[in-house]
Design a binder for this molecule. Structure first.
Ligand code: NAP
Length: 548
Protein backbone atom coordinates (compact mmCIF):
# COMPACT_ATOMS: atom_id res chain seq x y z
CA UNK A 1 0.00 0.00 0.00
CA UNK A 2 1.21 3.52 -0.73
CA UNK A 3 0.03 7.00 0.09
CA UNK A 4 -1.43 9.51 -2.36
CA UNK A 5 -1.76 13.28 -2.22
CA UNK A 6 -5.29 14.52 -2.91
CA UNK A 7 -7.40 17.57 -3.70
CA UNK A 8 -6.38 19.79 -0.79
CA UNK A 9 -2.64 19.72 -1.54
CA UNK A 10 -1.29 23.16 -0.62
CA UNK A 11 2.15 22.47 -2.15
CA UNK A 12 3.96 23.99 0.82
CA UNK A 13 6.28 20.94 0.76
CA UNK A 14 6.10 20.19 4.49
CA UNK A 15 5.61 16.56 3.42
CA UNK A 16 8.75 16.63 1.27
CA UNK A 17 10.84 17.61 4.28
CA UNK A 18 9.70 14.64 6.39
CA UNK A 19 9.71 11.91 3.73
CA UNK A 20 12.58 9.55 4.54
CA UNK A 21 12.88 8.21 0.99
CA UNK A 22 12.36 11.37 -1.10
CA UNK A 23 9.33 9.93 -2.80
CA UNK A 24 7.36 13.21 -3.00
CA UNK A 25 8.02 15.47 -5.96
CA UNK A 26 8.60 18.03 -7.24
CA UNK A 27 10.71 19.15 -4.30
CA UNK A 28 11.49 22.86 -3.76
CA UNK A 29 14.95 22.15 -5.20
CA UNK A 30 13.54 20.82 -8.48
CA UNK A 31 12.80 23.06 -11.44
CA UNK A 32 9.17 21.93 -11.71
CA UNK A 33 8.38 23.09 -8.16
CA UNK A 34 5.79 25.84 -8.27
CA UNK A 35 4.66 24.97 -11.79
CA UNK A 36 2.72 21.81 -10.96
CA UNK A 37 -0.78 22.08 -9.51
CA UNK A 38 0.11 19.84 -6.59
CA UNK A 39 2.81 17.48 -5.29
CA UNK A 40 2.77 13.73 -6.00
CA UNK A 41 3.80 10.56 -4.16
CA UNK A 42 5.80 8.07 -6.22
CA UNK A 43 3.98 4.75 -5.63
CA UNK A 44 7.07 2.80 -6.66
CA UNK A 45 9.11 4.42 -3.92
CA UNK A 46 6.66 5.09 -1.07
CA UNK A 47 7.46 2.93 1.96
CA UNK A 48 4.09 3.45 3.59
CA UNK A 49 5.51 5.14 6.70
CA UNK A 50 2.78 7.81 6.88
CA UNK A 51 5.19 10.58 7.91
CA UNK A 52 3.88 12.79 5.09
CA UNK A 53 0.27 12.32 6.16
CA UNK A 54 1.14 13.21 9.76
CA UNK A 55 2.99 16.35 8.69
CA UNK A 56 0.54 17.58 6.06
CA UNK A 57 -0.95 20.87 7.33
CA UNK A 58 -4.12 20.51 5.23
CA UNK A 59 -4.93 16.82 5.71
CA UNK A 60 -4.47 16.00 2.01
CA UNK A 61 -2.50 12.73 2.18
CA UNK A 62 -4.10 9.31 2.64
CA UNK A 63 -3.27 5.63 2.15
CA UNK A 64 -4.45 4.69 -1.34
CA UNK A 65 -6.74 1.95 -0.07
CA UNK A 66 -8.59 4.36 2.21
CA UNK A 67 -9.33 6.99 -0.42
CA UNK A 68 -12.98 8.02 -0.46
CA UNK A 69 -15.10 7.63 -3.60
CA UNK A 70 -14.42 11.24 -4.58
CA UNK A 71 -10.69 10.80 -4.10
CA UNK A 72 -10.07 7.43 -5.78
CA UNK A 73 -8.69 9.10 -8.93
CA UNK A 74 -5.77 10.49 -6.94
CA UNK A 75 -3.97 7.13 -6.84
CA UNK A 76 -3.70 7.30 -10.64
CA UNK A 77 -3.04 11.07 -10.66
CA UNK A 78 -0.07 10.61 -8.30
CA UNK A 79 1.28 7.67 -10.28
CA UNK A 80 0.86 9.47 -13.62
CA UNK A 81 3.33 12.15 -12.58
CA UNK A 82 6.08 9.52 -12.52
CA UNK A 83 5.19 7.74 -15.75
CA UNK A 84 8.05 7.81 -18.23
CA UNK A 85 10.11 9.96 -15.88
CA UNK A 86 13.74 9.08 -15.50
CA UNK A 87 15.01 8.64 -11.97
CA UNK A 88 18.38 10.08 -11.18
CA UNK A 89 19.75 6.92 -9.61
CA UNK A 90 19.26 3.57 -11.23
CA UNK A 91 19.18 1.86 -7.86
CA UNK A 92 16.49 3.85 -6.16
CA UNK A 93 13.51 6.07 -6.61
CA UNK A 94 15.12 9.31 -5.54
CA UNK A 95 15.53 12.21 -7.92
CA UNK A 96 18.11 13.69 -5.62
CA UNK A 97 20.01 12.43 -2.64
CA UNK A 98 19.93 13.83 0.85
CA UNK A 99 22.68 16.34 1.38
CA UNK A 100 24.00 17.78 4.61
CA UNK A 101 21.29 19.76 6.39
CA UNK A 102 21.64 23.43 5.60
CA UNK A 103 20.68 26.22 7.95
CA UNK A 104 21.36 29.03 5.55
CA UNK A 105 18.98 31.36 7.30
CA UNK A 106 20.54 31.19 10.79
CA UNK A 107 22.11 34.41 11.96
CA UNK A 108 25.60 34.15 13.51
CA UNK A 109 25.32 33.01 17.15
CA UNK A 110 26.67 36.32 18.49
CA UNK A 111 24.10 38.32 16.50
CA UNK A 112 21.82 40.49 18.67
CA UNK A 113 18.14 39.68 18.10
CA UNK A 114 16.63 41.82 15.38
CA UNK A 115 13.10 43.20 15.61
CA UNK A 116 10.98 42.44 12.56
CA UNK A 117 7.42 43.66 11.97
CA UNK A 118 5.23 41.49 9.75
CA UNK A 119 2.24 43.39 8.35
CA UNK A 120 -0.52 40.93 7.46
CA UNK A 121 -1.35 37.67 9.24
CA UNK A 122 -2.44 35.62 6.21
CA UNK A 123 -0.39 32.71 4.87
CA UNK A 124 2.40 34.85 3.37
CA UNK A 125 2.98 36.80 6.59
CA UNK A 126 2.74 33.70 8.77
CA UNK A 127 5.17 31.65 6.66
CA UNK A 128 7.64 34.56 6.95
CA UNK A 129 7.07 34.82 10.72
CA UNK A 130 7.44 31.04 11.08
CA UNK A 131 10.73 31.08 9.19
CA UNK A 132 12.10 33.87 11.40
CA UNK A 133 10.90 32.28 14.64
CA UNK A 134 12.12 28.77 13.84
CA UNK A 135 15.49 29.68 12.38
CA UNK A 136 16.61 32.87 14.12
CA UNK A 137 16.31 34.61 17.47
CA UNK A 138 14.40 37.53 15.89
CA UNK A 139 11.54 39.19 17.75
CA UNK A 140 8.43 39.48 15.62
CA UNK A 141 5.66 42.08 15.74
CA UNK A 142 2.52 40.77 13.99
CA UNK A 143 0.17 43.45 12.71
CA UNK A 144 -3.16 43.17 10.91
CA UNK A 145 -5.72 45.69 9.71
CA UNK A 146 -8.58 43.55 11.03
CA UNK A 147 -9.03 42.77 14.74
CA UNK A 148 -8.56 39.06 14.03
CA UNK A 149 -5.73 37.09 12.40
CA UNK A 150 -5.82 34.78 9.39
CA UNK A 151 -6.17 36.85 6.22
CA UNK A 152 -7.27 34.67 3.31
CA UNK A 153 -7.18 31.47 5.40
CA UNK A 154 -10.07 32.90 7.41
CA UNK A 155 -11.75 35.04 4.75
CA UNK A 156 -10.75 33.45 1.41
CA UNK A 157 -10.87 29.66 1.74
CA UNK A 158 -14.34 28.28 1.03
CA UNK A 159 -16.22 26.89 4.06
CA UNK A 160 -16.57 23.47 2.41
CA UNK A 161 -12.75 23.17 2.34
CA UNK A 162 -12.20 22.70 6.09
CA UNK A 163 -8.99 20.73 5.59
CA UNK A 164 -7.41 23.68 3.78
CA UNK A 165 -8.45 25.91 6.67
CA UNK A 166 -6.48 23.48 8.88
CA UNK A 167 -3.26 25.24 7.86
CA UNK A 168 -4.50 28.05 10.09
CA UNK A 169 -3.82 25.83 13.10
CA UNK A 170 -0.19 25.51 12.02
CA UNK A 171 0.08 29.31 11.89
CA UNK A 172 -1.82 29.77 15.17
CA UNK A 173 0.98 27.95 17.01
CA UNK A 174 3.11 31.05 16.40
CA UNK A 175 0.53 33.60 17.56
CA UNK A 176 1.43 32.97 21.19
CA UNK A 177 5.16 32.40 20.62
CA UNK A 178 7.20 34.09 23.38
CA UNK A 179 9.05 36.22 20.82
CA UNK A 180 5.83 37.45 19.17
CA UNK A 181 3.91 40.63 19.97
CA UNK A 182 0.56 40.91 18.23
CA UNK A 183 -1.34 44.10 17.39
CA UNK A 184 -4.54 43.32 15.47
CA UNK A 185 -6.84 46.12 14.29
CA UNK A 186 -4.04 48.48 13.23
CA UNK A 187 -3.81 49.69 9.64
CA UNK A 188 -0.41 50.71 8.35
CA UNK A 189 -0.79 53.77 6.15
CA UNK A 190 -3.77 54.95 8.22
CA UNK A 191 -3.23 54.41 11.96
CA UNK A 192 0.55 54.23 11.62
CA UNK A 193 2.88 55.42 8.91
CA UNK A 194 5.42 53.27 7.11
CA UNK A 195 8.11 55.55 8.60
CA UNK A 196 6.85 55.06 12.17
CA UNK A 197 6.80 51.30 11.76
CA UNK A 198 10.33 51.35 10.33
CA UNK A 199 11.60 53.56 13.17
CA UNK A 200 10.52 50.93 15.72
CA UNK A 201 11.98 47.87 13.95
CA UNK A 202 15.13 46.67 12.23
CA UNK A 203 13.03 45.45 9.32
CA UNK A 204 9.41 45.38 8.17
CA UNK A 205 7.90 42.66 5.98
CA UNK A 206 4.72 43.67 4.16
CA UNK A 207 2.43 40.70 3.55
CA UNK A 208 -0.66 42.74 2.79
CA UNK A 209 -1.95 40.58 -0.09
CA UNK A 210 -4.14 41.79 -2.92
CA UNK A 211 -7.35 42.97 -1.32
CA UNK A 212 -8.99 44.63 -4.32
CA UNK A 213 -10.75 42.97 -7.25
CA UNK A 214 -9.79 43.52 -10.89
CA UNK A 215 -12.35 45.30 -13.04
CA UNK A 216 -13.66 44.36 -16.47
CA UNK A 217 -14.25 47.93 -17.58
CA UNK A 218 -17.57 47.09 -19.27
CA UNK A 219 -20.87 49.03 -19.17
CA UNK A 220 -23.14 48.08 -16.26
CA UNK A 221 -20.32 46.64 -14.14
CA UNK A 222 -21.47 48.68 -11.14
CA UNK A 223 -25.18 47.85 -11.32
CA UNK A 224 -26.66 46.42 -8.11
CA UNK A 225 -26.20 42.64 -8.33
CA UNK A 226 -22.92 42.92 -10.26
CA UNK A 227 -20.19 42.15 -7.76
CA UNK A 228 -16.60 41.04 -7.61
CA UNK A 229 -16.48 37.35 -6.69
CA UNK A 230 -14.05 38.33 -3.93
CA UNK A 231 -16.94 40.18 -2.26
CA UNK A 232 -19.14 37.12 -2.54
CA UNK A 233 -16.33 35.05 -0.98
CA UNK A 234 -16.01 37.57 1.87
CA UNK A 235 -19.79 37.50 2.30
CA UNK A 236 -19.98 33.73 2.84
CA UNK A 237 -16.92 33.87 5.08
CA UNK A 238 -18.41 36.48 7.47
CA UNK A 239 -15.92 39.23 6.64
CA UNK A 240 -16.77 42.20 8.91
CA UNK A 241 -16.63 44.68 6.01
CA UNK A 242 -19.23 42.84 3.86
CA UNK A 243 -22.74 43.10 5.33
CA UNK A 244 -25.38 40.34 4.94
CA UNK A 245 -27.48 42.32 2.45
CA UNK A 246 -24.57 42.51 -0.06
CA UNK A 247 -25.78 39.44 -1.95
CA UNK A 248 -29.28 38.58 -3.16
CA UNK A 249 -30.08 35.10 -4.44
CA UNK A 250 -33.57 35.63 -5.84
CA UNK A 251 -32.68 34.85 -9.48
CA UNK A 252 -32.55 31.40 -11.02
CA UNK A 253 -29.37 32.04 -12.99
CA UNK A 254 -26.00 33.52 -11.99
CA UNK A 255 -23.27 34.37 -14.51
CA UNK A 256 -19.64 34.24 -13.37
CA UNK A 257 -16.82 35.74 -15.47
CA UNK A 258 -13.67 33.59 -15.33
CA UNK A 259 -13.03 29.92 -14.67
CA UNK A 260 -10.19 30.03 -12.14
CA UNK A 261 -10.42 28.45 -8.68
CA UNK A 262 -12.27 31.46 -7.25
CA UNK A 263 -14.92 31.09 -9.97
CA UNK A 264 -15.24 27.40 -9.12
CA UNK A 265 -15.46 28.18 -5.38
CA UNK A 266 -18.34 30.63 -5.86
CA UNK A 267 -20.14 28.37 -8.36
CA UNK A 268 -19.86 25.39 -6.01
CA UNK A 269 -21.14 27.32 -2.98
CA UNK A 270 -24.09 28.64 -5.04
CA UNK A 271 -25.31 25.18 -6.12
CA UNK A 272 -24.25 22.97 -3.19
CA UNK A 273 -27.10 21.56 -1.13
CA UNK A 274 -27.19 24.00 1.85
CA UNK A 275 -27.60 21.02 4.18
CA UNK A 276 -24.02 20.08 3.28
CA UNK A 277 -22.84 23.56 4.29
CA UNK A 278 -24.75 23.65 7.57
CA UNK A 279 -21.94 21.84 9.38
CA UNK A 280 -19.24 24.27 8.22
CA UNK A 281 -18.13 27.68 9.47
CA UNK A 282 -20.05 29.49 6.70
CA UNK A 283 -21.54 32.84 7.78
CA UNK A 284 -25.00 32.43 9.28
CA UNK A 285 -26.47 35.06 6.93
CA UNK A 286 -25.01 33.24 3.90
CA UNK A 287 -26.35 29.88 5.02
CA UNK A 288 -29.82 31.38 5.52
CA UNK A 289 -29.69 33.06 2.09
CA UNK A 290 -28.55 29.83 0.42
CA UNK A 291 -31.34 27.90 2.12
CA UNK A 292 -33.85 30.33 0.58
CA UNK A 293 -31.96 30.67 -2.70
CA UNK A 294 -33.67 30.46 -6.09
CA UNK A 295 -30.37 29.86 -7.89
CA UNK A 296 -30.39 26.70 -9.99
CA UNK A 297 -27.84 27.45 -12.67
CA UNK A 298 -24.39 29.03 -12.66
CA UNK A 299 -22.74 29.88 -15.97
CA UNK A 300 -18.93 30.03 -15.94
CA UNK A 301 -17.64 32.23 -18.76
CA UNK A 302 -14.18 31.45 -20.10
CA UNK A 303 -12.93 34.05 -22.57
CA UNK A 304 -10.59 31.41 -24.03
CA UNK A 305 -11.09 27.73 -24.85
CA UNK A 306 -11.30 24.59 -22.72
CA UNK A 307 -7.55 24.03 -23.05
CA UNK A 308 -7.03 27.35 -21.18
CA UNK A 309 -9.31 26.70 -18.21
CA UNK A 310 -7.67 28.56 -15.30
CA UNK A 311 -8.80 26.31 -12.41
CA UNK A 312 -6.76 23.39 -11.12
CA UNK A 313 -7.65 19.84 -12.13
CA UNK A 314 -8.30 18.87 -8.50
CA UNK A 315 -10.95 21.58 -8.07
CA UNK A 316 -12.58 20.59 -11.37
CA UNK A 317 -12.60 16.97 -10.27
CA UNK A 318 -14.24 17.94 -6.98
CA UNK A 319 -16.94 19.78 -8.90
CA UNK A 320 -17.65 16.66 -10.92
CA UNK A 321 -18.29 14.81 -7.65
CA UNK A 322 -20.70 17.39 -6.21
CA UNK A 323 -23.87 15.51 -5.25
CA UNK A 324 -27.04 16.56 -7.07
CA UNK A 325 -25.30 19.01 -9.39
CA UNK A 326 -25.05 18.51 -13.16
CA UNK A 327 -22.14 19.84 -15.20
CA UNK A 328 -22.56 20.68 -18.86
CA UNK A 329 -20.46 22.32 -21.59
CA UNK A 330 -22.25 24.90 -23.75
CA UNK A 331 -21.50 23.82 -27.29
CA UNK A 332 -22.20 27.24 -28.84
CA UNK A 333 -18.80 27.59 -30.49
CA UNK A 334 -17.32 24.90 -32.75
CA UNK A 335 -13.86 25.64 -31.35
CA UNK A 336 -14.94 24.16 -28.00
CA UNK A 337 -15.89 20.82 -29.55
CA UNK A 338 -12.79 20.86 -31.73
CA UNK A 339 -10.59 21.05 -28.63
CA UNK A 340 -12.54 18.51 -26.62
CA UNK A 341 -12.73 16.05 -29.52
CA UNK A 342 -9.14 16.73 -30.45
CA UNK A 343 -5.81 15.81 -28.99
CA UNK A 344 -5.82 18.19 -25.97
CA UNK A 345 -4.01 16.42 -23.15
CA UNK A 346 -4.09 16.68 -19.40
CA UNK A 347 -6.45 15.94 -16.54
CA UNK A 348 -8.65 19.01 -17.09
CA UNK A 349 -9.22 18.26 -20.78
CA UNK A 350 -9.99 14.64 -19.86
CA UNK A 351 -12.57 15.74 -17.28
CA UNK A 352 -14.23 18.30 -19.57
CA UNK A 353 -14.31 15.80 -22.42
CA UNK A 354 -16.51 13.50 -20.33
CA UNK A 355 -19.15 16.17 -19.66
CA UNK A 356 -22.36 16.30 -21.68
CA UNK A 357 -22.47 19.03 -24.33
CA UNK A 358 -25.51 21.04 -25.23
CA UNK A 359 -26.21 24.20 -27.22
CA UNK A 360 -28.00 26.06 -24.47
CA UNK A 361 -31.11 28.02 -25.39
CA UNK A 362 -30.68 31.08 -23.19
CA UNK A 363 -34.20 32.32 -23.89
CA UNK A 364 -35.46 29.47 -21.68
CA UNK A 365 -35.25 29.30 -17.89
CA UNK A 366 -32.74 26.79 -16.47
CA UNK A 367 -33.97 23.18 -16.53
CA UNK A 368 -35.12 21.55 -13.27
CA UNK A 369 -32.38 20.69 -10.78
CA UNK A 370 -29.10 22.48 -10.16
CA UNK A 371 -26.27 22.71 -12.66
CA UNK A 372 -23.10 24.48 -13.71
CA UNK A 373 -22.61 25.42 -17.38
CA UNK A 374 -19.08 25.85 -18.76
CA UNK A 375 -19.23 28.33 -21.61
CA UNK A 376 -15.92 28.87 -23.42
CA UNK A 377 -14.85 31.43 -26.03
CA UNK A 378 -17.23 33.87 -24.40
CA UNK A 379 -16.25 37.14 -22.74
CA UNK A 380 -18.63 39.51 -20.92
CA UNK A 381 -19.31 42.69 -22.92
CA UNK A 382 -22.04 44.43 -20.92
CA UNK A 383 -24.12 43.96 -17.78
CA UNK A 384 -27.69 44.98 -18.60
CA UNK A 385 -30.53 46.03 -16.36
CA UNK A 386 -32.35 48.98 -14.84
CA UNK A 387 -32.29 48.83 -11.04
CA UNK A 388 -30.23 45.64 -11.00
CA UNK A 389 -28.71 42.94 -13.17
CA UNK A 390 -31.16 41.49 -15.69
CA UNK A 391 -28.82 39.99 -18.28
CA UNK A 392 -25.19 39.73 -19.31
CA UNK A 393 -24.24 40.32 -22.93
CA UNK A 394 -21.39 38.04 -23.93
CA UNK A 395 -19.41 37.24 -27.04
CA UNK A 396 -20.58 34.25 -29.04
CA UNK A 397 -19.45 32.37 -32.13
CA UNK A 398 -21.77 34.51 -34.25
CA UNK A 399 -21.56 38.00 -32.75
CA UNK A 400 -22.96 38.30 -29.24
CA UNK A 401 -25.63 36.78 -27.05
CA UNK A 402 -27.65 37.91 -24.04
CA UNK A 403 -27.82 35.58 -21.06
CA UNK A 404 -30.63 36.48 -18.64
CA UNK A 405 -29.32 36.44 -15.05
CA UNK A 406 -30.00 38.20 -11.76
CA UNK A 407 -26.48 38.13 -10.33
CA UNK A 408 -23.17 38.67 -12.09
CA UNK A 409 -19.90 37.86 -10.35
CA UNK A 410 -16.55 38.75 -11.86
CA UNK A 411 -13.97 36.19 -10.76
CA UNK A 412 -11.21 37.64 -12.92
CA UNK A 413 -8.56 37.98 -10.25
CA UNK A 414 -7.51 40.00 -7.24
CA UNK A 415 -5.46 43.19 -7.31
CA UNK A 416 -2.94 44.65 -4.86
CA UNK A 417 -3.68 47.99 -3.20
CA UNK A 418 -0.89 50.56 -2.61
CA UNK A 419 0.37 51.06 0.94
CA UNK A 420 0.95 54.82 1.42
CA UNK A 421 4.71 55.28 1.76
CA UNK A 422 5.70 52.23 -0.30
CA UNK A 423 6.45 52.29 -4.04
CA UNK A 424 3.75 50.68 -6.20
CA UNK A 425 3.65 49.30 -9.72
CA UNK A 426 0.21 50.34 -10.97
CA UNK A 427 0.17 48.00 -13.94
CA UNK A 428 1.06 44.88 -11.94
CA UNK A 429 -0.64 45.91 -8.68
CA UNK A 430 2.50 44.91 -6.76
CA UNK A 431 5.35 46.55 -4.86
CA UNK A 432 8.59 46.56 -6.90
CA UNK A 433 11.29 44.51 -5.18
CA UNK A 434 14.55 42.62 -5.56
CA UNK A 435 14.43 39.18 -3.97
CA UNK A 436 11.76 40.52 -1.61
CA UNK A 437 13.59 43.77 -0.68
CA UNK A 438 11.41 46.78 -1.53
CA UNK A 439 13.10 48.77 -4.28
CA UNK A 440 14.76 51.88 -2.89
CA UNK A 441 13.63 51.38 0.73
CA UNK A 442 16.21 49.60 2.89
CA UNK A 443 14.80 47.58 5.77
CA UNK A 444 11.44 47.05 3.99
CA UNK A 445 10.44 43.76 2.38
CA UNK A 446 7.44 42.19 0.68
CA UNK A 447 6.07 38.67 0.52
CA UNK A 448 3.03 36.93 -0.97
CA UNK A 449 0.60 38.42 -3.48
CA UNK A 450 1.74 42.05 -2.94
CA UNK A 451 5.20 40.81 -4.03
CA UNK A 452 4.46 38.42 -6.91
CA UNK A 453 0.85 39.16 -7.89
CA UNK A 454 -2.38 37.31 -7.07
CA UNK A 455 -1.64 33.78 -8.17
CA UNK A 456 -0.73 30.54 -6.45
CA UNK A 457 -2.35 28.75 -3.54
CA UNK A 458 -1.49 28.94 0.16
CA UNK A 459 1.63 26.76 0.04
CA UNK A 460 3.27 28.84 -2.70
CA UNK A 461 3.85 31.43 0.00
CA UNK A 462 6.28 29.18 1.85
CA UNK A 463 9.04 29.37 -0.77
CA UNK A 464 8.13 33.01 -1.46
CA UNK A 465 8.62 33.77 2.26
CA UNK A 466 11.87 31.77 2.30
CA UNK A 467 13.27 34.02 -0.42
CA UNK A 468 12.24 37.25 1.34
CA UNK A 469 13.50 36.12 4.75
CA UNK A 470 16.76 34.98 3.13
CA UNK A 471 17.26 38.45 1.62
CA UNK A 472 16.39 40.13 4.93
CA UNK A 473 18.85 38.01 6.90
CA UNK A 474 21.61 38.55 4.34
CA UNK A 475 21.00 42.30 4.71
CA UNK A 476 21.13 41.94 8.50
CA UNK A 477 24.47 40.10 8.37
CA UNK A 478 25.81 42.69 5.88
CA UNK A 479 24.89 45.48 8.33
CA UNK A 480 22.48 46.95 5.77
CA UNK A 481 19.45 47.24 8.07
CA UNK A 482 18.76 50.68 9.53
CA UNK A 483 18.78 50.52 13.35
CA UNK A 484 15.49 51.18 15.13
CA UNK A 485 15.23 54.62 16.71
CA UNK A 486 13.19 53.44 19.70
CA UNK A 487 13.40 50.67 22.33
CA UNK A 488 11.22 47.57 21.91
CA UNK A 489 8.48 48.57 24.34
CA UNK A 490 7.90 51.95 22.67
CA UNK A 491 5.96 50.39 19.80
CA UNK A 492 3.19 49.02 22.01
CA UNK A 493 2.86 52.44 23.65
CA UNK A 494 2.66 54.13 20.23
CA UNK A 495 -0.10 51.79 19.08
CA UNK A 496 -2.11 52.36 22.28
CA UNK A 497 -1.66 56.15 21.99
CA UNK A 498 -3.38 56.05 18.64
CA UNK A 499 -6.51 55.14 20.59
CA UNK A 500 -7.32 52.04 18.60
CA UNK A 501 -8.99 49.04 20.18
CA UNK A 502 -6.11 46.74 19.52
CA UNK A 503 -6.42 42.98 19.93
CA UNK A 504 -3.39 41.06 21.21
CA UNK A 505 -2.65 37.32 21.30
CA UNK A 506 -4.74 36.87 24.43
CA UNK A 507 -7.66 38.70 22.82
CA UNK A 508 -7.32 36.60 19.69
CA UNK A 509 -7.45 33.43 21.78
CA UNK A 510 -10.62 34.75 23.45
CA UNK A 511 -12.24 35.34 20.02
CA UNK A 512 -11.27 31.82 18.97
CA UNK A 513 -12.73 30.26 22.13
CA UNK A 514 -15.95 32.24 21.86
CA UNK A 515 -16.44 31.41 18.17
CA UNK A 516 -15.88 27.73 18.82
CA UNK A 517 -18.28 27.78 21.78
CA UNK A 518 -20.97 29.38 19.60
CA UNK A 519 -20.29 26.72 16.96
CA UNK A 520 -20.62 23.84 19.44
CA UNK A 521 -24.15 24.97 20.26
CA UNK A 522 -25.11 24.31 16.63
CA UNK A 523 -22.79 21.40 15.80
CA UNK A 524 -20.52 23.60 13.69
CA UNK A 525 -16.73 24.09 13.96
CA UNK A 526 -17.21 27.76 14.79
CA UNK A 527 -19.57 30.64 14.21
CA UNK A 528 -17.52 33.67 13.30
CA UNK A 529 -18.23 37.12 14.68
CA UNK A 530 -19.07 39.16 11.62
CA UNK A 531 -18.62 42.77 12.73
CA UNK A 532 -15.63 44.67 14.06
CA UNK A 533 -17.41 45.65 17.35
CA UNK A 534 -18.42 42.00 17.93
CA UNK A 535 -14.85 40.80 17.32
CA UNK A 536 -13.49 43.41 19.73
CA UNK A 537 -16.11 42.57 22.36
CA UNK A 538 -15.22 38.87 22.02
CA UNK A 539 -11.53 39.67 22.43
CA UNK A 540 -12.43 41.18 25.81
CA UNK A 541 -14.30 38.09 26.90
CA UNK A 542 -17.77 39.32 26.00
CA UNK A 543 -18.09 36.96 23.13
CA UNK A 544 -21.17 34.84 23.52
CA UNK A 545 -23.76 37.41 22.55
CA UNK A 546 -25.00 37.80 18.97
CA UNK A 547 -22.75 39.77 16.64
CA UNK A 548 -25.23 41.76 14.59
P1 NAP B 1 -7.09 33.16 -11.83
O1 NAP B 1 -6.74 31.75 -11.53
O2 NAP B 1 -6.03 34.06 -12.37
O3 NAP B 1 -8.34 33.12 -12.85
C1 NAP B 1 -8.83 34.32 -13.41
C2 NAP B 1 -9.88 33.99 -14.47
O4 NAP B 1 -10.42 35.22 -14.95
C3 NAP B 1 -9.31 33.29 -15.70
O5 NAP B 1 -10.26 32.41 -16.21
C4 NAP B 1 -9.08 34.46 -16.66
O6 NAP B 1 -9.08 34.10 -18.02
C5 NAP B 1 -10.29 35.29 -16.36
N1 NAP B 1 -10.13 36.68 -16.76
C6 NAP B 1 -9.16 37.55 -16.41
N2 NAP B 1 -9.38 38.75 -16.97
C7 NAP B 1 -10.51 38.64 -17.69
C8 NAP B 1 -11.25 39.53 -18.49
N3 NAP B 1 -10.87 40.80 -18.66
N4 NAP B 1 -12.37 39.08 -19.09
C9 NAP B 1 -12.78 37.80 -18.93
N5 NAP B 1 -12.12 36.90 -18.16
C10 NAP B 1 -11.00 37.33 -17.55
O7 NAP B 1 -7.62 33.94 -10.54
P2 NAP B 1 -8.49 33.48 -9.28
O8 NAP B 1 -9.52 32.49 -9.64
O9 NAP B 1 -8.89 34.76 -8.63
O10 NAP B 1 -7.45 32.73 -8.34
C11 NAP B 1 -6.30 33.43 -7.81
C12 NAP B 1 -5.31 32.40 -7.25
O11 NAP B 1 -5.83 31.84 -6.05
C13 NAP B 1 -5.06 31.24 -8.20
O12 NAP B 1 -3.71 30.88 -8.16
C14 NAP B 1 -5.93 30.15 -7.62
O13 NAP B 1 -5.48 28.84 -7.94
C15 NAP B 1 -5.82 30.43 -6.13
N6 NAP B 1 -6.99 29.87 -5.45
C16 NAP B 1 -6.94 28.56 -5.11
C17 NAP B 1 -8.04 27.96 -4.54
C18 NAP B 1 -8.00 26.50 -4.22
O14 NAP B 1 -6.95 25.90 -4.28
N7 NAP B 1 -9.12 25.90 -3.93
C19 NAP B 1 -9.20 28.69 -4.30
C20 NAP B 1 -9.24 30.03 -4.65
C21 NAP B 1 -8.13 30.61 -5.24
P3 NAP B 1 -7.69 33.93 -18.80
O15 NAP B 1 -7.14 32.62 -18.37
O16 NAP B 1 -8.13 33.98 -20.23
O17 NAP B 1 -6.83 35.09 -18.41
Amino acid sequence: MTYAITQNCCSDATCVAVCPVNCIHPTPEEQAFGSTEMLYVDPAACIDCGACADACPVDAIFPVDSLSAGQKEYAAINAAYYEGRERETAAGPNFHSWGEPSFARSLPSDFAPIRVAVVGTGPAGMYAAEDLLLHTNAEVTLIDRLPVAGGLVRYGVAPDHPATKGVGETFARFHSHPRVRMHLGVEVGKDLTVEELAAHHDAVIYAVGASDARRLGIPGEDLPGSLPATQFVSWYNAHPEVPPETVGLSAERVVVAGNGNVALDVARILVTDPAALAGTDIAGHALAALQDSEVREVVLLGRRGPDDTACTASELLALAHLPGVGLVVDDHDPRTGAVLDGPAEGEKAALLRELPRETVDWSQPPPPGRRIVFRFHSAPMEVRGHDGVEAVRVTAAAGDREIPAGLFLRAIGYRGVPVPGLPFDESAGTVPHEGGRVAGLSGSYVVGWIKRGPSGGIGANRTCAAETVGTLLADAVAGALPSPAYPAKAFGRLVRRRGRQVVDARGLAAIDRAEQARGREQGRPRIKFDTVPALIAASKGRGLRSSR
